[in-house]
Every structure is written in C-alpha cells, then in structure tokens.
Design a protein around this ligand. Structure first.
Ligand code: GDG
Length: 461
C-alpha cells in the first residue's frame, strides 16, 4: 500500500485534529490508516529571514510525520497575504474589484512554492501518493516535476474556479492553468467549477478533450472532476449530543423561549455576503412586523485575515449595519441582532445550530460551504430548522431541498426568510430528511476515498 503525503498551507496534528474540525480529522484519518506525511508551512514568520529560505521542523504524531517549514516575513507577506489572499482569493470568488494585482506578489508565491517543493523532495519515496490542497499551492506539482518527481500527484481546490473571462483577469492565468497540468488528478468542489475549467482549457489553450474528465494540453494529460467535500456527519451528530453542545442548546432555548432564533456562522469574509444578509434581515423586520420583538439574528463572524485592509473595512461596515438595525428596531427588552466577532468553541457550535429555527447561509460565492451541512447534521429530525442557502454556494448543487436564494436580491432574500419562518412542520421534516440523506451519502470520508481512489486509478502512462 502506498504512503499518503498531504501537502497543505497549514498542517494539523492528527492527535488534536478534533478541535480543528472535519477536514483535519478526515485528512488525519487518511494519513493514519497506512502511515503518512503531512507537509506545509509551520505558521511561523521569521522577521528578517532570507527570502526563499526557511528552517524545517519534523515531529512524529503516531504513525504520521509532520514536517513544516518556517517562512520569512517577505515571503509570507507576498505568498500568503499578497498573491494567495490578495489576488487568487478575490478573483476566484469573482471579486475583481478587490484584487490587488501588485506585480511583486507573484515572485513570492513562486518562491515559496519552490522552497516547499525543495524541502519536500528529499522526504519523498518512489511509491508515495501526493495530495496537494488549495489555491496557495497551485504550482507545487510543477515545481516537484521540475525537480524530477514522478509520483502520482493530485490537487484539490477548496474554493471556486471562476469562468474563463474572470480568471483571465489574473495576469498569470495561463501559467496557473498550465501548472494544473502537472497533476494527474485535479478535483473541484462542484460541476460548475469543472465546467469553467473545461471551457478555459478548450477556449484559451486549445486543450484536447480525450474523454469525460480527461484533458490533454502542454504535452500532459490531466483528469479533472468534481468531488464535493462533505462533513463527518456521525462525528457532528455525536458532538451535538455531547455535554457542551447540549448545555449551549438548553441555554439558548431558555434565553430565547419567546423568540425565534436565526443564525449565521462564518469567518468574517467578504465572500460570505454578510452586509447583504443583514440588509435582508432589516427588510424582513420592515416588511413583516410580526417579527418585531420575536426574531433574533445571532451572527457569529469569527476573526479572519485581519492583516488585510479589505477585511478591516468589512468589519467596520458590519458593526455599523448591526448598530443601525438595533438602533432603529431594538427596544429595552429585545435586540434584533447579536453580532459576535469572536471564535466560538467548536464543541458548542452544534448546540447553537440546533436551537436555531432558520440558518442563513448566504455567501455571494463559496466553493462548498460546510456550515450549511453542519446545520443539517445538528437538527432534531422531529422538529428541524430550515436552511436558507445561497444559490452561489457550491453546496447548492447538492442541497436542493434548502430554500435557495439570490443574496444580491435583498428583498427576495427577506421573502425567503419569512417563508422559512412560516414553513409547516411536515414540510420542514420532509426537506430535512432529504438533506440529511444527501450529506450522509456524500460525507467527508466518501470525499476522501473517492478522490484517492480516482488518483490511484489515474492513467499516468
Ligand atoms: C473553505 C471554502 C469550503 C466558522 N466560524 C467558527 C467556526 N467555523 C467553522 C465552521 C466550518 C468552517 O469553519 C467553515 O467552513 P466553510 O466551508 O463554511 O468555509 P471556509 O472557511 O471559507 O472554507 C469553503 C471549505 O474550505 C472546505 O473545502 O467548503 O467553500 O471557502 O466548519 O463550523 N468554528 C468554530 N468557531 C467559529 O466561530 N469553532
């Protein structure tokens, strides 16, 4: 059996993965099954270090080796803040207006991918299977191949791939896509992403389509298909019934016994559509006054990428919107919005999900969105809450029984929230049962196994 090597920007210790959540657990499981190596950035930024250099640290976690590399300040700022999160993240989420195409960033992005490939290369064995994750590391396989690596290498993109004309706004778009042809298998979250890839390689580089999911260009063949990521439904259900979540649930139920709870949970990120959601909630209060003194929106927006200006600006916008809604509609005994800019402990989240009668998951664009799936897993099947889901989340391709909304349409979203609040019990139960079946049949273990089986089966001749 081949050894699995996972390469991702950040590395989690499989022994502590439960605290980090589903993806870390799933990758940890995959690595522990036959022993493996998890490789990436250490999270340490060395002030004044030399660009393209970084010390490597190795520790053993059971049968999994964790090897991580430090980055100097200049590399971190151009690779992580600059190119990954200042160019690729906004463009891949269709936000050309927020991209910062500073020519200097690409050098750092390439340098760090080269550095990581150089450090990884001597650790590899001939029959290792390598699985690279996400937009930070798109050129990783090309760098490894240039150093003589012949292993099977797969890549999974956790964020969306935009349509060709949007992707073409990145000055290095052709280089990025050419880099994907150094992999044997490229996985996307949704069929829409695969369709964008297929159109791009057909229109921009004249790739030949050899078969369903098989493309040839730049003298290489790549397989590209959708592997929608899931959650560990059983683990999440168990977490829901454990003490911390039950306590949270009871507390919420008694505190809001006379109210209806709506819930939003995400990292504070402009892709998540938070201002539009708050405006839709304000519209709900305005147009359906029966919700006054009754509906409370709890919005968790956990801190994220605070070093970037766009994120600081968004934070201010949200604080001012929440203040305005509470000022206009709130009273001494009721505040319509409770906005929490802190990380909530993972063990408590399922209790919050279960206490909510409506979840608002309304990103402007999202690769998948795991919060939607966690909300479904945490519900009481006898009295489930309703999921209001953006049609622009990758999850919308699977979760058709949610109430699908266009988050840009504030009025339409408010109408849909009202419909969710009024949905009769039998309809809620029917929809929830179908959604639960869907997230169960394509859970995170299914995702990992299907991806790795497809990678094993790739024709690499
Ligand atoms: C990327 C893609 C794709 C959120 N707030 C808190 C907290 N969370 C947890 C949630 C969930 C996770 O973070 C967020 O996952 P999402 O999928 O919703 O979104 P991204 O972080 O943007 O993830 C996305 C994903 O990768 C996987 O491929 O689905 O499209 O953008 O698990 O529960 N967890 C805790 N406290 C919080 O305050 N403990």
């Amino acid at each position: 059996m081949s050894r699995l090597v996972v390469v991702s920007n950040r590395v989690a210790d499989p022994r502590k993965a439960a605290a980090a959540g589903g993806l870390a657990v799933a990758l940890g499981d995959a690595l522990s099954t036959n022993g493996g190596l998890w490789f990436g950035w250490s999270g340490t930024v060395v002030e004044g270090g030399a660009p393209g250099e970084g010390e490597m640290h190795t520790q053993q976690a059971g049968n999994v080796t964790l090897s991580t590399v430090d980055l100097c300040r200049e590399d971190h700022d151009s690779y992580y803040l600059g190119y990954s999160n200042g160019v690729l993240w906004p463009v891949f989420h269709y936000r050309l207006d927020l991209a910062d195409f500073d020519a200097g960033y690409i050098g750092g992005y390439r340098r760090v991918n080269q550095l990581l490939a150089r450090k990884l290369m001597p650790l590899l064995r001939p029959d290792d299977i390598i699985w690279v994750h996400d937009y930070h590391l798109i050129p990783m396989a090309a760098e490894l191949r240039a150093m003589g690596c012949k292993n099977r290498i797969g890549f999974f993109l956790h964020i969306p791939l935009p349509p060709p004309l949007i992707l073409a706004a990145v000055p290095q778009h052709e280089w990025l896509i050419r880099s994907l042809f150094a992999y044997d298998l490229v996985g996307f979250q949704s069929n829409a992403d695969v369709e964008h890839f297929s159109r791009y390689v057909g229109e921009e580089v004249g790739a030949e389509k050899l078969a369903e999911h098989q493309f040839r260009a730049f003298g290489r063949r790549v397989q590209a298909q959708a592997f929608p990521i899931g959650i560990d439904v059983d683990e999440f259900a168990a977490l829901t019934h454990a003490k911390e979540a039950s306590d949270m649930y009871e507390r919420m139920k008694s505190e809001y016994s006379r109210r209806r709870l709506l819930l939003g949970v995400e990292r504070l990120d402009y892709s998540k559509g938070l201002p539009q959601r708050l405006k839709a909630f304000r519209e709900l209060l305005k147009n359906y006054p029966e919700n006054l003194k009754r509906a409370t929106l709890i919005q968790i927006a956990s801190p994220s990428r605070e070093a970037l200006d766009t994120y600081a600006g968004l934070r201010q916008e949200l604080e001012s919107l929440c203040g305005a809604i509470n000022g206009d509609y709130g009273g001494l005994d009721w505040m319509p919005v409770r906005y929490i800019h802190r990380n909530v402990a993972r063990q408590r989240l399922p209790g919050l999900y279960r206490a909510a009668c409506v979840a608002l998951v309304t990103p402007l664009r999202d690769g998948m969105n795991l919060v939607a799936k966690e909300f479904i897993a945490a519900q009481d099947p006898a009295d489930p809450g309703v999921l209001v889901l953006s049609r622009f989340a990758g999850a919308a391709e699977q979760l058709k029984e949610a109430i699908l909304v266009n988050p840009y349409d504030v009025h339409g979203t408010a109408e849909s929230i009202q419909r969710a609040l009024q949905m009769p019990l039998p309809e809620r139960q029917r929809r929830h049962q179908l959604l639960l079946e869907r997230i169960r049949s394509q859970d995170v273990h299914w995702w990992r196994q299907t991806f790795l089986s497809a990678l094993q089966a790739c024709d690499v001749t």
